[in-house]
Structure formats: structure tokens, C-alpha cells
Unconditional design. Structure first.
Ligand code: NAP
Ligand code: GCO
Length: 265
């Protein structure tokens, strides 16, 4: 029995993929044969993303769309179907974080994080599922987090969203698995991207950021992970090789969730 990791002939939409984790996942999917479609809020970032994909040898299709805007998302999905083809693979990657102590966070700030990190995956998934049902197959990959399982100071909204995203993943699996739609989560550990750059900034005296040292001590590999290390697991979840995997959160964390942490010397 051949195991099919190929994404040839598939159209993959990766949201918020001008750079960062989304860009790395989309690039990996392109190497596996997928046609890449991505969106970003700003035209300038979409343009930069298209250049970056081209430099990587990928002819990606870019669209300006705020994933929180249901009408805009529905219009984008329709346009993609006409201009590129119906979406076979959706990666709900777009996300934000606000690192604010909960009691200092306004309800509006909390809502903004929930809107992008949880409501938007609902909106975009809802936009693509009908076509997946019609065509008898579909793959949805929700980008979860260590905060789908763990909390920490200052990330209450983000953890609530990512915990909810884990359960949205399981519910899409439950409700649409009968249509041969697989919905799984990918849970990155701590990845070197712009989103975590503030946690890795050198201190004024040139020493490592305390959080940087903390994460290195919490990761068995004793390092931050690279965005490119998420591509293989994403291709697996997007391919026919994972057709029997559904409602699963695949943690790509270097072992953080398995490890109590390095004993301080
Ligand atoms: P990032 O560098 O901040 O990139 C996030 C991307 O999402 C950007 O392209 C951003 O576009 C886009 N975006 C944000 N809000 C959007 C909206 N409303 N509509 C459309 N696009 C939007 O983040 P990242 O580190 O690559 O993270 C990507 C995903 O992985 C997120 O869901 C994050 O929560 C998750 N994650 C990250 C890590 C990590 O350690 N980095 C670990 C676990 C999970 P703009 O630049 O225009 O805002
Ligand atoms: C933080 C980080 C994390 C990562 C990621 C970990 O402030 O703790 O931003 O939340 O983004 O989600 O998996």
C-alpha cells in the first residue's frame, strides 16, 4: 500500500501567510505539490508575500482580506474558487496575541484576540466546508498552541482562544467527518517568528531575555524551533496519508508538553 503525502492538484488556502509560520507551512505544502493561496490584511504585505513566495520558486495567489470580516471572507473564498479553484486544504493560521495581565486588559482587547484567533477560524471554516462536502473531501488544519493546553501570565485571551480552537477542531471533526473532511490542529511550541520576537530580544546588557532562557530550559532540545519545522507535520495533515486522523491536535513543540523543565544549575 503506497502512503500518499502528495498534495498535487490540491488548492491550499493558508490565512495570514505573508510571513512567519503561515509562510513556512505554505512553502512546505507547495513543495508537496499544492497550489498556494494566502491572504493578509494589508495589500503591501500581500505584495511582499507574493515576492517572497516567488523568490522561493512558488507562484502563490495573494488576496487582501481580514479573516474577521465574514462577508469579506465569503467573497474571497468565492473569488478563489473562480480564479484558482475550490479550496481543498484550509490552514487557519492568521492570529494575534496581546500580552497584558488579565486585570489590566480591557474587554475590547480580549474580544480582539478572540475575534482573530477563534471567531475567524469559525468564519473561514464555515466558508469552505460546503464546497468540501460537495466534492467529497477536505482538510482543515487549525494552528493551535502550547496555550491550547497550558496557561501563563499575560496571555489570558490568547489561551482562551487557542483552547477554544482545540475544541472547535474536535467539533468540526465530529460534525463533518462523515463527509470525508478531516479537521486537525497543529500545536507549535515556541517558534522564532515576529510574534515571539519580543520574548527573545537581547537585554540592554547583552544578556538573553529571561523568557528566552526560560523556554530553552522548558524545551528538551534546548532551543527555539524554526517555522520550517512545522512544514512536514502540516503536509502530513493536509495529505491523504492522514485521512484516518481526525480531531487530533498534533503538537510540534520539541517535547515541551512532555517535559517538566531543566533543573536550574
Ligand atoms: P505572526 O508572525 O504575528 O504572523 C501572523 C500573521 O497573521 C501575519 O501575517 C498577520 O498579518 C496575520 N493576521 C493577523 N491578523 C489577521 C487578520 N485579522 N486577517 C488576516 N491576517 C491576519 O505570527 P506567527 O508566529 O507566524 O503565528 C502564526 C500562527 O501560529 C498564529 O495563529 C499564532 O497564534 C500561532 N502560533 C505561533 C507560535 C509561535 O511561537 N510563533 C506558537 C504557537 C502558535 P499582519 O502582519 O498584517 O498583522
Ligand atoms: C507567549 C508566546 C506563545 C506562543 C505560542 C506557544 O507569549 O507565550 O507568544 O503563546 O506564541 O502560542 O505555543
Amino acid at each position: 500500500m503506497s502512503v500518499n503525502f502528495s498534495l498535487e492538484g490540491k488548492v491550499a488556502l493558508v490565512t495570514g501567510a505573508s510571513y512567519g509560520i503561515g509562510f513556512a507551512i505554505a512553502s512546505g505544502m507547495a513543495k508537496a505539490g499544492a497550489t498556494i493561496v494566502f491572504n493578509d490584511i494589508k495589500q503591501e504585505l500581500v505584495d511582499k508575500g507574493i515576492v517572497a513566495y516567488k523568490e522561493a520558486g512558488i507562484d502563490a495567489h495573494g488576496y487582501v482580506c481580514n479573516v474577521c470580516d465574514e462577508a469579506g471572507v465569503n467573497a474571497m473564498v468565492e473569488t478563489i474558487a473562480k480564479e484558482v479553484g475550490p479550496i481543498d486544504i484550509l490552514v487557519n493560521n492568521a492570529g494575534i496575541i496581546k500580552r497584558i495581565p488579565m486585570c489590566d486588559m480591557t474587554a475590547e482587547e480580549f474580544r480582539q484576540v478572540i475575534d482573530v484567533d477563534l471567531n475567524a477560524p469559525f468564519i473561514v471554516s464555515k466558508a469552505v466546508i460546503p464546497s468540501m462536502i460537495e466534492r467529497g473531501h477536505g482538510k482543515i488544519i487549525n494552528i493551535c498552541s502550547m496555550m491550547s493546553e497550558l496557561g501563563r501570565e499575560t496571555v489570558s485571551a490568547y489561551a482562551a482562544a487557542k483552547g477554544g480552537l482545540k475544541m472547535l477542531t474536535r467539533n468540526i471533526c465530529s460534525e463533518y467527518g462523515k463527509y470525508n473532511i478531516q479537521c486537525n490542529g497543529l500545536g507549535p511550541g515556541y517558534i522564532e517568528t515576529p510574534q515571539t520576537a519580543p520574548l527573545r530580544e537581547r537585554q540592554p546588557d547583552g544578556s538573553r531575555h529571561p523568557f528566552d532562557s526560560f523556554i530553552v530550559a522548558k524545551t528538551p532540545a534546548e532551543r527555539w524551533l524554526k517555522p520550517e519545522e512545522l512544514a512536514g507535520p502540516a503536509v502530513f495533515l493536509a495529505s491523504e496519508a492522514s485521512n484516518a486522523v481526525n480531531g487530533h491536535i498534533l503538537y510540534v513543540d520539541g517535547g515541551i508538553l512532555a517535559y517538566i523543565g531543566k533543573q536550574p544549575e
